[in-house]
Design a protein around this ligand. Structure first.
Ligand code: FAD
Length: 301
């Protein structure tokens, strides 16, 4: 699950042998959990060049001061991967670096678990302050100024695994919808015999298939060594919409039963809403797709 999957990827690609031994091995063994801290309450997460977190060099240590929120899995995590500015006055994409902060650092202060729509997630979503967190230089992940490069390394595959999970939830909702439509009768006919219901089934089957093939294609492109930024952004906002629409139709077909907790649908519905926001809001991913399309269109004009 996020954020451990993404953190494992960064540690695998950018971690030193010692960081891999200390953090990656127990993480992939499932012995510990981790969290990832980029987003801050005071500035727009959609423009991370404006993040306020700072890391200052002091002798052989770094001292981190930051206020982060929506740190998924923070409570009970053994360490956090934190994005903080090391050179705030240089070019925007070279300002930030990543650091590993142990959760038992005296400056690691979980302010609260944020209450939000959807069911409780292991470790919650934390608001966390890093107050003069002193960490040794060897806890920098990758090189100074590589924060955005590493974030990209993590977010690309992370969005594909989100899309994979969404397809699973959409398919489960779809199965419940079809099954119910074949059981429930009204006006002497099964729900499945009404064309309106058939349209819902056909649209959902088609959209799930499209999302599945788009996800496979994005993953395949990444396997070929391509960053697949356009394809990943496409599946991020398209997949999140398919998820929401399919669950919504499944609830509708169940009638009042659909909004009870007697089926998993109402939980899926509450959970699905945030998919259009985390790891980049829909609008930002549409912007990425449009930019790439426009660029390609203009080449050779
Ligand atoms: C459930 C959940 C888990 C999360 N987990 C983590 C985590 O573990 N670690 C972490 O660091 N962060 C996490 N986040 C934070 C998430 O990545 C940010 O919420 C996201 O990047 C958006 O940033 P923001 O909330 O600051 O919204 P803002 O950047 O303030 O954007 C607000 C809204 O403005 C609009 N908007 C923004 N940019 C544009 C644009 N270019 N064009 C048009 N409209 C635009 C969109 O509608 C957007 O929703 C999580 C969020 C959620 C909901």
């Amino acid at each position: 699950m996020a954020p451990d999957a993404g953190n494992s990827e960064i540690l695998w690609h950018a971690g030193t042998p010692e960081q891999k031994r200390k953090y990656l091995l127990p993480l992939v063994n499932g012995d510990i959990r981790s969290c990832f801290a980029m987003t801050e309450p005071e500035v727009s997460g959609s423009d991370p060049t404006t993040l306020l977190a700072r890391a200052e060099k002091d002798g052989n240590d770094w001292v981190i001061n930051a206020h982060k929120w929506f740190t998924t899995g923070a409570i009970g995590a053994s360490f956090s991967i934190v994005m903080a500015a090391t050179d705030p006055d240089t070019l925007p994409h070279e300002r930030f670096s990543m650091f590993i902060v142990d959760a038992d650092n005296p400056g690691f202060d979980i302010v609260r678990e944020i209450a939000l729509m959807g069911d409780h997630y292991t470790g919650g979503h934390g608001e966390v302050r890093y107050i003069d967190c002193r960490i040794p230089a060897e806890n920098m992940l990758g090189n100074r100024g590589e924060g955005f490069k590493l974030a990209q390394l993590r977010l690309g595959p992370g969005r594909i695994t989100h899309a994979m999970r969404w397809i699973g939830v959409a398919k489960r909702s779809f199965d419940l919808m079809v099954d119910h439509s074949l059981r429930r009768e009204t006006r002497g006919k099964k729900l499945a015999e009404f064309q309106t219901i058939q349209n819902m089934i056909a649209d959902s089957a088609t959209e799930i298939e499209a999302a599945r093939l788009m996800t496979l294609y994005a993953a395949w492109k990444m396997d070929q060594g391509d960053q697949a930024r356009k394809e990943i952004s496409m599946i991020k906002f398209f997949g999140a919409k398919v998820l929401q629409d399919v669950i919504d139709r499944a609830i509708q077909v169940h009638g009042a039963l659909g909004i009870t907790a007697d089926t998993p649908l109402e939980g899926f519905y509450r959970e699905a809403r945030s998919a259009r926001i985390y790891d980049g809001a829909d609008e930002v991913h549409r912007m990425v797709v449009a930019k790439q399309v426009l660029k390609a269109f203009q080449i050779g004009r």
